[in-house]
Design a protein around this ligand. Structure first.
Ligand SMILES: Cc1ncc(C[n+]2csc(CCOP(=O)(O)OP(=O)(O)O)c2C)c(N)n1
Ligand SMILES: [Mg+2]
Length: 1007
């Protein structure tokens, strides 16, 4: 039977132009196949068929204007019954099935019989201790009989009841200052503890030795001993028992190492035979090949480090978004769910960075049970205690628990277990709760006698508790993060947790084992030199088998390849699939789409006006039809899809949502309805540039972390790009991310109404500071097409480790066809090409260099000059001042270093060398943007730009204010020619008068 396909509800738009017919009469199509593309003045969107069948007749043609309810085509419907939901891709279906099968069946938890113990709480403010005790005994009985879950349930019900009865319950997120995992639930490691301790000692020694040796040779090099000294056990347990490497059978766990603990990772790699002594001796000396970088830097050690973490606060966010991205790939059916984990090691001081905690809500919301944070709470940062007057562990527990994380505190080591078991009155826990971090730190800088006095001495009950312990015994009472048993148990639980991310909060001692020189003292962080006595102490503290002479020489200790230690360490790693960290890539390239996919961007739009942002979105819609590129595109937007006209993507490729869509969206009847989907492709990040950038980095490094090349394209307001997330961009560059950053609604005068904080006049300058960022400021749609395709080719086909920053604007104007000149494409990519020549008068000439939308002002100015002042000109489209400068710099350097050779010509010289007249350059950015190329021009050079604060107004007024409109271009052009003595100054004066230019107006930078 014949059905009619009508224009669906397209929201607020009417009379929208048909810009493409995607089907032909007689063609068989399936339900959901796109049939036409329509375009409003803001966005373009494909209309999908709601029937399967053969097209009988098409009722619209390109250029027609359509509205809701108009007939598009009629179709002879096949019998295939329409389905209401999108079919799930095969891979995804299998994955979901697998995941569901692997879900543990919910069972009533088995209750282990354990020794009866009554919970003890000591509180001075207790009105009726007997009554309290009865309640506590009841609770203990419940725990004993029905387990923790039941106890939790009852407590929750009690709180709810009290709340309903009007009691204002003070809510507390933190638990007593003891380990989360009770002793009887600790999973025991099957490792050989003696040999693991010896290995750990050697790693500790070698890590410290490499820092001390480097600083002995070159004191300026610096380095850190204290961080790794506090974290060695946390790393070793992971390395020996938990972290699975990438190999041909498994994708590998991803470990974000704390930046300052890098020496420990090198020291382990040395024992594993991956690094040699010479390399350790080149720690922090990277200029000559073979040096080891100060911190984890994939750019400098591309086969070793995976994640740059040393700029504190980036690691936590990057890890969260990495874990989320991993789930995204799984849910889209692009990688298998192998139970891989993301581990991030963080400092307790680092947790003060707003970014560190900034995304923990997302981690819980997205149920990232593939994510484990380990916060090394050595209680100190660089200058002093993290929370001298409080307790960082308790604070973090509250924050993470409140956000929905699974929290595992590892506070006390095994030596404390008997004491806690004997704490029948609860005074030990009370003391633990009451003691603040400043005291805990001070105690570990002293000795056992001091701890007895200051800690146990607070109550008679605690004095009694340790009365049979010597001061030495008290000193040996260890912290959880230094106890491999406790750490193992915590990691084991963390790895098995489902449904939420886990944070392991481990208490350690900064500079553990460094003795007087640096253990738990405020200066620990910066200790990089140890004198002989300190080294001897360190050796003895960890039983490192070195002679005094070897210690004096600060020799490394490397056991023989056949020693039990080396065999053990290698065996453990072999069992876990290989070495960590290691950075490899086996991703296949993505073939760049054929040039013709961009053909519609190379013809003139005639009188039709559009913005480059819209042209870009159109281009992406085209790319989504390329079978190689389409599945790999990762569009990322921080709540700006509608601003950029991208709402058509919601229906077409869906918004990623791990829970799918549990509600019928308000706009469900509309073509661009807000569609969330478990296998959705768009990452809609909310108002969260840092998160969006972290997603971009995760996707841009997918080729190495997941062995699949992906094409992230992150669109943002250009002002909220580099300026907002500059440090992430730098980390993305270090990570060798590949992908596109799109600074949309760009320009100081082009984004008219938004005003000072929105109007961008410098993002290109910020982009230029990143060496592997290639940036462009195109004006016309064909320029954008040429640049984008080349980006796809260079990054994703040829695998160059660069990324692209392209600005697009929201000003609508007609776009011409690409010039016929064959060298035009080369020029677009190099940074400049001649777009217009005005030579009617054959007298005086000026060269105009224009960029972005200001190029159009220049073309208009050049026309006025020719027609009204008989001045000829050549107008050059500058697609990238940044790229031109890079080329100029390189050529100049070559020429200076090769004085005897024929000098090379920069691209700028090649383009402008033979032209006549002075140069006037302008862009919608600060003058320094175009000034960048001044040294390579060898001609009189002047520039205009938008220096100063933006403000809201019309584009016309803004351009007048910043003096980049066509009238100012004409006037300044005449003035430049007068200054160069090519014309009389009266023409410039006339123009000033004619255009009512106020010569007394202060510089816009002062307004
Ligand atoms: C963004 C940033 N700011 C400052 C620093 C300098 N810095 C390096 S380590 C450090 C203290 C780190 O303390 P913490 O996070 O507790 O780590 P720990 O060494 O104690 O494990 C500081 C301030 C940095 N690396 N990054
Ligand atoms: Mg610290």
């Amino acid at each position: 039977m014949t059905e009619k396909l009508l224009v669906p509800d397209i929201g607020d738009f009417e009379n929208v132009e048909v810009i493409e017919l995607l089907v032909k009469e007689g063609q068989e199509i399936k339900k959901s196949d796109p049939v036409v593309t329509i375009e409003s003045d803001k966005s373009s969107v494909e209309i999908p068929s709601i029937f399967s069948g053969k097209i009988e007749s098409i009722k619209v043609k390109v250029g027609d204007k359509v509205s809701k309810g108009d007939l598009i085509l009629s179709i002879f419907k096949s019998n295939q019954s329409p389905t209401t939901s999108q079919p799930i891709p095969k891979d995804t279906e299998n994955l979901i099935q697998e995941a569901e099968n692997s879900l543990e069946k919910k069972q009533k938890p088995k209750v282990e019989k354990k020794e009866k113990s009554t919970i003890q709480v000591v509180s001075e403010g207790d009105l009726d201790p007997l009554e309290t005790n009865e309640w506590l005994e009841s609770l203990s009985a419940v725990i004993e009989k029905d387990g923790n879950q039941r106890a939790h349930y009852l407590i929750k019900e009690l709180i709810n009841k009290a709340y309903m009865e009007g009691a204002n319950i003070p809510y507390t997120q933190s638990t007593p200052y003891i380990n989360t995992i009770p002793v009887n639930e600790e999973k025991k490691s099957n490792g050989d503890q003696n040999i693991e301790r010896r290995i750990r000692s050697l790693i500790r020694w070698n890590a410290a030795a490499m820092v001390v040796r480097a600083n002995k040779k070159f004191p300026e090099l610096g380095g850190h001993i204290g961080t790794f000294a506090s974290a060695a056990t946390l790393y070793d347990v992971g390395m020996n028992h938990f972290w699975r490497a990438k190999n041909n059978k498994f994708g590998g766990d991803l470990i974000y190492f704390q930046g300052h603990s890098a020496p420990g990772m090198y020291a382990r790699a040395f024992l594993e035979g991956r690094l040699n002594e010479k390399q350790l001796d080149s720690f922090r000396q990277e200029v000559n090949p073979g040096g080891l970088s100060s911190y984890p830097h994939p750019w400098l050690m591309p086969n070793f480090w995976q994640f740059p973490t040393v700029s504190m606060g980036l690691g936590p966010m990057l890890a969260i978004y990495q874990a989320r991205y991993m789930k995204y790939l799984i849910n889209r059916g692009l990688i298998k769910d192998e139970g891989r984990k993301v581990w991030a090691f963080l400092g307790d001081g680092e947790m003060d960075e707003p970014e560190s905690l900034g995304a923990i809500g997302l981690a819980a919301r997205e149920n990232l049970d593939n994510l484990i944070f380990v916060v090394n709470c050595n209680l100190q940062r660089l200058d002093g205690p993290v929370r001298g007057n409080g307790k960082i562990i308790q604070e973090l527990e509250g924050i993470f628990r409140g956000a929905g994380w699974n929290v595992i505190k590892v506070i006390w080591g095994s030596y404390w277990d008997p004491l806690l078991a004997n704490d029948k009155t609860g005074h030990l826990i009370k003391t633990m709760n009451e003691t603040v971090d400043g005291e805990y730190q001070a105690m570990k800088a002293r000795d056992g006698a001091y701890v007895r006095e200051k800690f146990f001495g607070k109550y008679q009950e605690t004095i009694d508790l340790v009365s049979n312990l010597s001061d030495k015994d008290i000193w040996r009472l260890n912290r959880g993060g230094h106890d491999p048993h406790k750490v193992f148990a915590a990691y084991d639980k963390a790895s098995k947790n489902t449904g939420s991310p886990t944070v392991v909060i481990a208490k350690t001692i900064k500079g553990y084992g460094m003795g007087k020189s640096g253990e738990s003292v405020n200066t620990t962080h910066q200790t990089k030199k140890l004198d002989i006595d300190d080294l001897m102490y360190y050796r003895d503290r960890f039983d490192v088998p070195l002679t005094d002479k070897q210690v004096k020489n600060i020799e490394y200790y490397k056991p023989d390849q056949n020693s039990p230690e080396v065999k053990y360490i290698k065996e453990k790693r072999l069992k876990l699939g290989g070495f960590i960290p290691e950075r490899t890539t086996y991703a296949k390239p993505i073939k760049a789409p054929p040039k013709d996919i961009f053909d519609n961007m190379k013809v003139s739009t005639g009188s039709k006006e559009m913005s480059t942002t819209m042209a870009l979105v159109r281009m992406l819609t085209n790319l989504l039809r390329d079978k190689n590129v389409a599945p790999r595109l990762v569009p990322i937007i921080p709540d700006e899809a509608r601003t950029f006209g991208m709402e058509g993507f919601f229906q077409k490729i869906g918004i990623y949502a791990h829970e799918g869509q549990k509600y019928e969206p308000e706009d469900s009847a509309q073509l661009s309805s807000y569609r969330e989907d478990r296998s959705g492709q768009v990452l809609e990040e909310g108002i969260n540039e840092a998160g969006a950038m972290s997603s971009w980095i995760a996707a841009g490094t997918s080729y190495t972390n997941h062995d699949i090349e992906m094409i992230p394209i992150y669109l943002f307001y250009s002002m909220f790009g580099f300026q907002r997330i500059g440090d992430f961009a730098w980390a993305g560059a270090d990570s060798q991310s590949r992908g596109f950053l799109i600074g949309a609604t760009a320009g100081r005068t082009t984004l008219a109404g938004e005003g000072l904080q929105h109007q961008d006049g410098h993002s290109h300058l910020l982009a230029s500071t990143i060496p592997n960022c290639v940036s462009y400021d195109p004006t016309f749609h064909y320029e954008l097409a040429v640049i984008f395709r080349e980006g796809l080719r260079r990054m994703h086909e040829k695998k160059e480790n660069i990324f692209y920053y392209i600005t697009t604007m929201n000003e609508n104007y007609p776009h011409p066809a690409i010039p016929k000149d064959k060298s035009c494409e080369e020029g677009i990519l190099k940074g400049m090409y001649k777009i217009r020549e005005f030579n009617k008068n054959k007298k005086t000439k000026i060269q105009f260099l224009g960029s972005g939308t200001i190029l159009r002002e220049m073309i208009a100015g050049a026309e006025i000059l020719q027609n009204e002042y008989q001045i000829d000109s050549e107008v050059w489209s500058i697609t990238s001042f940044n790229e031109l400068r890079r080329d100029g710099l390189e050529v100049e350097r070559f020429n200076l270093l090769n004085p005897d050779k024929e000098p090379k010509e920069s691209y700028i010289e090649r383009s402008l060398g033979k032209t006549e007249g002075p140069i006037l350059a302008a862009s919608d950015y600060m003058r320094i943007n175009s000034d960048q190329i001044r040294p390579y021009v060898n001609k009189s050079f002047y520039s205009l730009g938008t220096d100063g604060f933006g403000r809201s107004d019309t584009r016309k007024n803004l351009r007048k204010f910043f003096e980049v409109d066509k009238e100012h271009i004409v006037t300044y052009g005449l003035s430049v020619l007068a200054k160069e003595q090519l014309i009389a100054s009266k023409y410039a004066k006339d123009a000033i008068k004619k255009y009512k230019i106020d010569t007394n107006k202060p510089m816009p930078t002062k307004l």
